[in-house]
Design a protein around this ligand. Structure first.
Ligand code: ADP
Ligand code: MG
Length: 426
């Protein structure tokens, strides 16, 4: 995939209408009060929006939020499957579920942050959006309703994509800044780009520069740290990084499948028996390619999956029955920190242990600390990994923490991202 994409700086936007795909999929208070509990994503969109406004563009922003079901019949079917009484499934209730996923609160918050009015459309491509988009003047911001209120959004329906693009009218421009959604080929993330000159905003550009740069031409040695819960969810990442990394470090729950495959005792640790053969192949492949593959030499195990479990440190492959490994051990920490110290680039995906429990966050914390002290380019991808680094207080010590969990994973898997591929090459 070509990561070298045109950006907002490469097109003239003055006096033009810009259809801007943002990632406003923000967490909302569960009580339906419309309160945004974390506005990080709204704030992250500001540089691109501000730039476009400063340049004299009119901005038509759009985003999805949550997973509304835009068809009443399908909603009834899904709820019935979940065991709800069909008699209670009224149109009114369905409308309420949609209303709770309205982007109106985002328009209000965005307006506050920008210090100017954000006009809210009552629909996505309906009469209200069309009228408001047509009347939009340079320097003004219009926010469309949740793109997933349209049935064609997730199907990447070309008719819908054309209507979205049409809102920007003759001379319109498409800008994507929703990195968190670029791995999805939807009407607003990829389809609309077929009908307008399409470029990236600053958020996507940064992700492409850092993750793309680390994958395509890393400062070596490139050390990849892979952890998290399951091998099966990281196959693509392991496969791709085996092709480009100099060292691969394995931690987290997936390490026990590797250990079991080598004949180790893993007790009640997370184990994916179906992936034992695969993990053996990976060890072999690493050897054949001359990639250093590091596996834990010891582990912190617990007598139950709980924050206050009894713990003991044992050698890898020697976990007693009834115990489960929840973190890498102290010897492993030393080994991994040494490996990181001399790196030119570190790509990290997947925590080393169950960092949500402080007792088992030690390995993850130590690796984060080691990363914070290197001169290496440090890149964190994956939703939980980003959360761990933030929670442990190392966020501002990393070169780049990806804003897209699923998107960054697919990026590291070497997959083509539809929301990036659709943008104009440099
Ligand atoms: P990411 O979102 O960064 O890609 P994953 O979703 O793959 O990361 O994994 C994160 C989860 O892995 C965390 O919730 C963490 O508790 C869990 N995890 C890490 N180590 C273990 C372990 N030894 N046993 C069980 N779960 C683990
Ligand atoms: Mg995760």
């Amino acid at each position: 995939m070509n990561y070298n994409k045109k950006t907002v700086k490469d097109v003239e936007v003055a006096g033009r209408k810009v259809l801007l795909r943002c990632d406003f999929n923000v967490p909302m208070a569960k009580d339906g009060s419309g309160v945004i509990t974390d506005d990080k994503r709204v704030r992250a969109a500001l540089p691109t929006i501000q730039y476009l406004l400063d340049q004299g563009a009119a901005v038509i922003a759009c985003s999805h939020m949550g997973k509304p079901e835009p068809s009443f019949d399908k909603w009834v079917k899904k709820q019935t499957e979940k065991g709800k009484d069909p008699a209670s499934l009224t149109q009114e209730k369905w409308s309420k579920t949609l209303a709770e996923l309205s982007l109106k609160p985002v328009a209000a918050r965005l307006g506050e942050l920008l210090g100017r009015e954000v006009i809210m459309a009552a629909d996505v491509v309906g009469p209200d959006a069309q009228a408001k988009a047509a009347a939009l003047q340079p320097g003004q911001v219009l926010l469309l309703e949740n793109t997933r209120f349209e049935k064609g959004e997730t199907k990447n329906d070309p008719e819908l994509a054309k209507k979205m693009a049409g809102l920007a009218g003759e001379g319109g421009v498409y800008v994507s800044d929703a990195f968190g959604a670029v791995h999805r080929a939807h009407a607003s993330t990829a389809g609309a780009a077929q009908f307008l000159p399409a470029v990236s905003g600053f958020l996507i550009q940064k992700e492409l520069d850092f993750i793309g740069g680390a994958l395509a031409s890393p400062k070596r040695p490139l050390v990849a740290i892979l952890g998290g819960s399951k091998v099966s969810s990281k196959i693509g990442v392991i496969n791709n990084l085996l092709e480009i990394a100099d060292t691969i470090i394995i931690g987290g729950g997936m390490a026990y499948t590797f250990s079991a495959a080598q004949g180790g005792k893993v007790g009640d640790s997370l184990l994916e028996a179906d992936w034992m053969d695969y993990s053996k192949e990976m060890v072999q492949k690493a050897q054949d390619k001359g990639v250093k593959l590091l596996l834990p030499v010891d582990t912190v195990c617990a007598d139950q999956f709980a924050p206050d479990a009894k713990t003991q440190v044992v050698k890898s492959g020697e976990i007693p029955d009834g115990w489960q490994g929840l973190d890498i051990g102290p010897e492993t920490v030393k080994l991994y920190c040494q490996a990181v110290a001399g790196a030119g680039t570190v790509i990290w995906n997947g925590p080393m242990g169950v960092f949500e429990f402080p007792a088992f966050a030690v390995g993850t914390q130590a690796v984060a600390e080691a990363l914070s002290k290197t001169n290496a380019v440090t890149i964190i991808g994956g939703g939980d990994s980003a959360a761990a680094v933030q929670q442990l207080g190392y966020a501002d010590k990393m070169t780049h923490i990806s804003t897209g969990g699923g998107a960054s994973l697919e990026f590291m898997e070497g997959k083509e991202l539809p929301g990036v591929a659709c943008l104009l090459d440099q």
